[in-house]
Write a protein that binds this ligand. Sequence first.
Ligand code: PMP
Length: 400
Amino acid sequence: MTDLMSKFDGLIAERQALLDSGVIDPFAIVMEQVKSPTEAVIKGRDTILLGTYNYMGMTFDPDVIKAGKDALDQFGSGTNGSRMLNGTFRDHMDVEQALRDFYGVSGAIVFSTGYMANLGMISTLAGKGEYIVLDADSHASIYDGCKQGNAEIVRFRHNDVTDLDKRLGRLPAEAGKLVVLEGVYSMLGDIAPLKEMVAVAKKHGAMVLVDEAHSMGFFGPNGRGVYEDQGLEADVDFVVGTFSKSVGTVGGFCISNHPKFEAIRLACRPYIFTASLPPSVVATAATSIRKLATAHEKRARLWENARTLHGGLKAMGFKLGTETPESAIIAVILEDQEQAVVMWQALLENGLYVNMARPPATPAGTFLLRCSLCAEHRPEQIERVLGMFRAAGQAVGVIA
Ligand code: PMP
């Protein structure tokens, strides 16, 4: 017998070497208690959360929690089936209505996660003899959607409009093409030049899908995303999103004005062959989405927090993912794994949790400490965060 598990020996050894050096395992963090959208207890210590995607701080909103509890009481803990058969309850219909209202569109389809929304939409939209053209730094769920389907895959350099134009120009003019973009790229927190990219896609007769996972709620006048902010509502064919970030629960979706959009439900395997979300989850999502539509004050606070943190870290001399604060993600770029792990651990031991990201998740082999802000971070928390970054950065020798 060949042990199929032996292919993981390298990974196991690498992880063991890291743990043997005495560090805390960055991929085995447990939230022992969660006190608010910005505070948890980790390893027995009160910790500021600066590495979650709880951008709008909706997880403890009293209306959201009440909606979930009511749905649990009325509809039970789960649906026991696919949306296509017995798994469509009142609140699945309601959350799709909340999405249509939020985005001002005719169609909304909810999936069990954002990962499955990309997997399903991308593999179903483009088939044999057709082309998917995607940014090289695309999220894993976009790559996996490409793998799941039968289309030809073409990559272009990250956020490079000229390269997109060149690669589209080489494809057969009459073939079906889907250009897949993200509003915010989550590793460095940079935004896409969507206006230019969508214009290029349209010039070549391609349809466009934009993943707005990291922008919902705080980009654009209605919080619809970067595509709204850049005035592209009439030009983007499909928008994919998630409930796991600004909405504050779990689930994924796609919205569109395409008149035949509903046909996706009949053909999309990751929609059909899995159980639907629990009623309590979709009820919390619907309530949260309706509140996000008018959360102007929260939006303003989130941007203020992003500007304060970015400005403070930059002034200390940290190398950041973007020159200016482009989104609610601020990535601190470090030289190597050792520096990243030591600094990450120093922050954690002082009561600050940030995300550590390393290749292959990161672009160009970089090691990142990713900070993601929440509208509910208070100014004094940001001040403390900056103090902790200064102390850890100096101790590790990243800044002077
Ligand atoms: N798209 C992007 C850009 C993401 O960053 C993520 C999750 N980090 C997803 C999709 C998947 O979302 P979910 O967590 O709902 O599966």
